[in-house]
Design a protein around this ligand. Structure first.
Ligand code: NAP
Length: 225
């Protein structure tokens, strides 16, 4: 794997991914909003930055050209289908055969076999309604983005993150197919390790067409199982 594009490179997860990719010797292209370019200052002389909204098809087309892998941060900000627009642009424009890895939260299910607590479902419903009323977030659109990815015959992986915390790396998180599996119970991952999982997934063919839910490898539930 040579050249890799990070879509949403200026965010917290995005910057960790850029760091991991550079450590591994990859050529890196980063896409971020124009106003967020300064957040990548530490890497500016080592990566190519393509400024623009991540759901802009022209921006994505330019950024992913020639890339063997694309790491995409899916976020549901605003009420203009930012997440599904971003996913669709990547699915449509990435090179044939490119490895595509997307990030999202645990609330998204691939096969309906995840088991969520009533509390989690209630909070999610509330967030969906309030987010839309405030025109701030479109939780449903991240679900739509993933639906399109799951339906695609691209070489995709959707990495589903637990709650996140900052801190030093604990190594590669462990994963399971379904929320509710005992190994995931601790529901906490270091953000730097979420990024590590995304980057390592590029070379892990066993993760193609999977939606792994991850948890920190030193989390109590991971140690216990
Ligand atoms: N935070 C959590 O606890 C958590 C838990 C599970 C999974 N995840 C997943 O992890 C991924 C990233 O999480 P993170 O905590 O690292 O997030 P983050 O640092 O806040 O990054 C989020 C991304 O959203 C962009 N963004 C922020 N406001 C925006 C707006 N108004 N319009 C368009 N883009 C905007 C940021 O770009 P700019 O740099 O341009 O602002 C950045 O690329 C997401 O896929 C999320 O679903 C997060």
């Amino acid at each position: 794997m040579g050249k890799v594009c990070v879509v949403g490179a200026s965010g917290k997860l995005g910057r960790y991914m850029v760091g991991h990719l550079l450590d591994r010797g990859h050529e890196v292209v980063g896409v971020c909003r124009e106003r967020s370019v300064p957040k990548l200052a530490a890497y500016a002389d080592r990566i190519t930055i393509v400024p623009g909204p991540t759901n802009d098809r022209e921006v994505i087309g330019k950024a992913v050209a020639g890339c063997d892998g694309v790491l995409t941060v899916l976020v549901p900000w605003g009420v203009r289908q930012y997440s599904s627009g971003t996913a669709q642009a990547v699915l449509d424009h990435a090179e044939p055969g490119a490895r595509l890895v997307f990030s999202c939260g645990w609330h998204i299910t691939k096969d309906g076999r995840d088991r969520y607590s009533w509390w989690f479902r209630a909070v999610l419903r509330l967030a969906t309604v309030v987010g839309r009323l405030l025109r701030a977030v479109e939780v449903d659109d991240q679900v739509e983005a993933c639906r399109r990815i799951f339906a695609s015959d691209r070489r995709w992986t959707v990495v589903r993150g637990s709650d996140l915390e900052e801190g030093e790396s604990q190594g590669l998180p462990v994963w399971s197919r379904h929320v509710g599996d005992p190994i995931l119970a601790s529901n906490l991952t270091r953000r730097i390790d979420f990024a590590l999982f995304m980057v390592e997934a590029l070379d892990d063919d066993a993760l193609v067409h999977e939606a792994p839910a991850i948890v920190g490898r030193l989390a109590p539930s991971a140690r216990a199982h």
